[in-house]
Design a protein around this ligand. Structure first.
Ligand SMILES: [Zn+2]
Length: 418
């Protein structure tokens, strides 16, 4: 088989290498689970690989997908009969007008428009107004299509994004297909929470891990997309240390967004800066650290009372996790730097070395850690905060989840003082 041409996937060289080699040797398995953080390239890789499989280029040696043949064009426009994509959606009443709350015509239109937009730009993450999930009938439809086998060529591909958000009946429908897929069918399952994927699904797939991207790669892509001067990015590429004293300019916003290590998250963060949520997170943490119940209650009340409380609370909790990590990284790096770096390295990278570039320069000063806290205490706290994130995603009432988080944080942060 010819080589894969990765048109959409940015960086992720190891993934390209692994998948590229199995494709070239014609040894592609029938089911893969792509796992990794949002926006690191799972969907982009899936689209590239699907198009490579479906490509009907006449030139046997040319890399695939060629992007020119009718098959490639239809796949790109999401009108190829052997390409099936499902992803989580947020449905409102008009989308569920069908029988027994099934997808209405508007619902199906939303589904295909969402897929088309995602194929067009896999790194532009969908913005949800609530908690997204995959509609059961969409899974069933794709499942039937997969079981029927390819209708045009010899191969067909199904991409299922957010496989962890599937309800039980959808997962069961998928299981049978995963057990005995018809020849020529390729299933690509995508998740950002591999621990939430049913073990029965996990065991039937080959897992491909997508690591976080280096900030300089994300920064370069952002600069390219938004036409930003690349001086700061050159500095990041040269491992020059970016400090919090750098004034906040467009390029510093790039550095702040790039620190997350995810291109998709960085794009949405660059367009909609999270400063406000970092502020909420830092003030909530400060309230809990001081043991100030009144202030914490007021903060929680403010966050969970608005119309968009799910997103506000979710963003705040995500920012809190990043702040805790940044504060811990900053502290541990300043403790180890002199031992692990040579004199030259210290001069080049600054104290803390190149890893300091992973610390978001805009936010890392915002959070104080209890002096006696070590890795164990911090990982326990991060687990608590992750628990709140899961609670929000599991349709928990935002006020109750946030109040629960405050109670746990108060206890965890003040245990030594009692
Ligand atoms: Zn082609």
């Amino acid at each position: 088989m010819p080589a894969v041409k990765w048109n959409k996937l940015v960086a992720q060289e190891r993934v390209k290498d692994v998948l590229g080699r199995v494709f070239e040797s014609g040894a592609l398995g029938h089911a893969y689970l792509f796992c990794g953080e949002r926006g690191v390239g799972k969907f982009a890789a899936a689209v590239d690989l699907a198009m490579a499989v479906l490509c009907q280029c006449k030139d046997a040696a040319a890399p695939r997908p060629c992007g020119e043949c009718p098959s490639c064009r239809r796949a790109a426009a999401y009108s190829h009969p052997d390409l099936h994509v499902i992803m989580p959606l947020c449905l409102s009443a008009e989308h569920k007008g069908g029988e027994g709350g099934a997808l209405s015509e508007e619902g199906w239109a939303l589904a295909s428009a969402s897929v088309r937009a995602r194929i067009d730009d896999p790194y532009r993450l969908p913005r949800y107004d609530g908690i997204p999930h995959i509609p059961v009938e969409w899974v069933r439809e794709a499942d039937h299509a997969v079981m029927r086998g390819a209708v045009e060529g010899a191969s067909g591909v199904a991409i299922i994004d957010g496989v962890d958000t599937m309800k039980k009946e959808s997962a069961n429908a998928l299981l049978k297909t995963l057990e005995e897929p018809p020849p020529g069918m390729l299933l690509l399952l995508l998740t950002e929470r591999v621990h939430s994927v049913l073990p029965t699904i996990l065991s039937r797939c080959q897992t491909v891990r997508f690591p976080l991207l280096p900030p300089e790669v994300v920064g370069a892509e952002l600069c390219g997309r938004f036409g930003i001067s690349t001086s700061l990015n050159d500095r990041m590429a040269a491992n020059d240390r970016i400090t919090a004293d750098d004034s906040i300019t467009a390029s510093d916003r790039v550095a702040a967004a790039a620190a997350a290590g995810s291109l998709g998250l960085a794009i949405s963060e660059y367009e909609n800066p999270l400063d406000e949520y970092y502020g909420h997170a830092a003030s909530l943490w400060g309230d809990c650290l001081r043991g100030d119940w009144g202030a914490a209650a007021a903060t929680v009340d403010g966050l969970s009372s608005g119309k968009d409380s799910y997103n506000v609370c979710r963003n705040t909790v995500s920012c809190l996790i990043r702040l805790i990590r940044a504060a811990f990284l900053r502290r541990s790096l300043s403790e180890v730097e002199t031992r692990s770096l040579s004199e030259v390295e210290t001069r080049k990278f600054g104290q803390g070395g190149v890893s300091m570039n992973y610390i978001n320069p805009g936010v890392s000063g915002g959070l104080e850690l209890p002096a006696e806290y070590g890795p164990d205490e911090l990982s326990a706290v991060v687990r608590l905060v992750h628990g709140a994130l899961n609670g929000l995603d599991a349709r928990g009432n935002a006020l109750i989840v946030m109040a629960g988080l405050v109670c746990s944080l108060m206890e965890a942060l003040n245990v030594e003082k009692q």
